[in-house]
Each structure stands twice: as structure tokens, then as C-alpha cells.
Design a protein around this ligand. Structure first.
Ligand SMILES: [Zn+2]
Ligand SMILES: [Zn+2]
Length: 122
């Protein structure tokens, strides 16, 4: 085996290690982002107040995804800007803990300035 071959082997081994570390970093970054999302801030009070309130007028309204019960005629519902509807009594407590629609993850405005500026940069 020539000396050059040996050098090449070292380079390959080095590169492999580098790539492995890179993947590990990407994985960690991904997990970090996921962790941040899990800890999403609650929706801003103004954003919650801006959510359209309606009275369920037909039996074909469908189910509320928070409690999985049907939305019964005459009940008070909330319609998020994304178009998804929930019971008022279900979605308000939900939005007090996180700012996204349970079905499509549409995000409502928050009071968290740091979160908002991060969101704009994404
Ligand atoms: Zn409900
Ligand atoms: Zn939605």
C-alpha cells in the first residue's frame, strides 16, 4: 500500500465523522424547534376576542375537534380565522394555553414579542 492510499483513508474517515456530526446537529436542531413549538405561547387576548362567535344554526355543523362532541343547534361556537369551528367553552381554554388551531395549526396572534419576531423570521 502506498503512502498516498493511507492519506486518502484518513481523509475519508475524517469526512465520514464530519458528516455524522453534521447529521447529529441537524437532528438536535429539529428537536429543539419541535420543543419550542410544543411550548407555544397562548393566543393574545385581543386575538381571542376577535374570533368570530356564532350560534350553531344547523345540525350539519359537524364535530368540535377539542371535545369530539357534535356541535348541537343553539350552542355557542367560535370560528377561527382558518374556518374551523369549535364550542366556545372548548376553544377558549385551549387558546389560553396555546395559540394554534387544534386541527390545522393555524396560528393566532400572541402577546409574546420574542415568539412573534421569531415567527416573522421563519
Ligand atoms: Zn367542544
Ligand atoms: Zn384550523
Amino acid at each position: 500500500m502506498s503512502h498516498d492510499d493511507l492519506d486518502l483513508r484518513w481523509i475519508i474517515a475524517d469526512t465520514r465523522l464530519l458528516v455524522q456530526n453534521l447529521f447529529r446537529n441537524v437532528e438536535q436542531t429539529r428537536n429543539g424547534i419541535r420543543g419550542r413549538r410544543g411550548g407555544a405561547p397562548p393566543a393574545a387576548k385581543s386575538a381571542m376576542e376577535a374570533v368570530e362567535t356564532f350560534e350553531v344554526a344547523s345540525s350539519s355543523q359537524g364535530d368540535c375537534a377539542v371535545c369530539t362532541d357534535a356541535m348541537v343547534m343553539g350552542e355557542i361556537g367560535k370560528k377561527l380565522p382558518c374556518g374551523h369551528c369549535y364550542h366556545e367553552s372548548c376553544i377558549l381554554p385551549w387558546l389560553r394555553t396555546r395559540n394554534s388551531c387544534p386541527l390545522c395549526r393555524f396560528q393566532l396572534q400572541t402577546d409574546d414579542a420574542e415568539y412573534e419576531s421569531k415567527r416573522r423570521r421563519e
